[in-house]
Design a protein around this ligand. Structure first.
Ligand SMILES: [Cu+2]
Length: 178
């Protein structure tokens, strides 16, 4: 007996197959071309060993916080900003700005900058709305985001994962200088 499949159902089966293949291709392209992968041990740090203020004895790279020329191995990164997050503040290792009460982090314009961030307590986030920085900051996990600022000026870097009572106060300022 011949199996009867209604015309539109047949088309739906074709469409489903095409989509599954397209998704598989997308997964392999993201691994191969874009280098997107699951976190590994390399991207982790023991959050119990991290101190927010007395950071000098933290595991690397969080023993040297701040904004400076990039020292890593990637070719296309020129500047790095290493930060720590906690409820409810970011720190770049420097005293907070006396007037604003938050860190002001200076980076150069038109330069690929890598932000390297982790949390000492709970889940936080980093969002810089004007550029493509939007990532979770998880205790034990090292968050790395690369971006570039085309215009000098001030950019807010805010926590966008609700992290408790004073979540709305949790931000820092990136000052882009040209
Ligand atoms: Cu937060």
């Amino acid at each position: 007996m011949k199996l009867q499949i209604e015309k539109w159902e047949r088309w739906f089966l074709y469409a489903t197959t095409v989509m599954l293949v397209a998704f598989l291709v997308a997964i392999f392209a993201s691994i191969g071309e874009a280098g997107i992968h699951l976190p590994t041990d390399e991207d982790q740090v023991d959050p119990n060993l991290l101190e927010f203020s007395a950071y000098e004895s933290n595991p690397a790279p969080f023993n040297e916080l701040g904004s400076r020329p990039y020292t890593g191995t990637e070719d296309d990164i020129e500047w790095e900003v290493v930060l720590l997050a906690r409820a409810w503040a970011f720190t770049d290792g420097e005293p907070v700005d006396a007037e604003r009460g938050v860190p002001i982090i200076t980076v150069p314009v038109d330069t690929p900058v890598e932000f390297v961030v982790t949390s000492v307590d709970t889940v936080h986030g980093i969002l810089i709305a004007e550029v493509a920085v939007n990532a979770m900051v998880i205790p034990g996990q090292i968050t790395k985001v690369v971006t570039e600022f085309d215009e000098p000026g001030e950019y807010a870097i805010i926590c966008h994962e609700f992290c408790g009572l004073l979540h709305h106060n949790m931000y820092a300022i990136v000052e882009v200088v040209g």
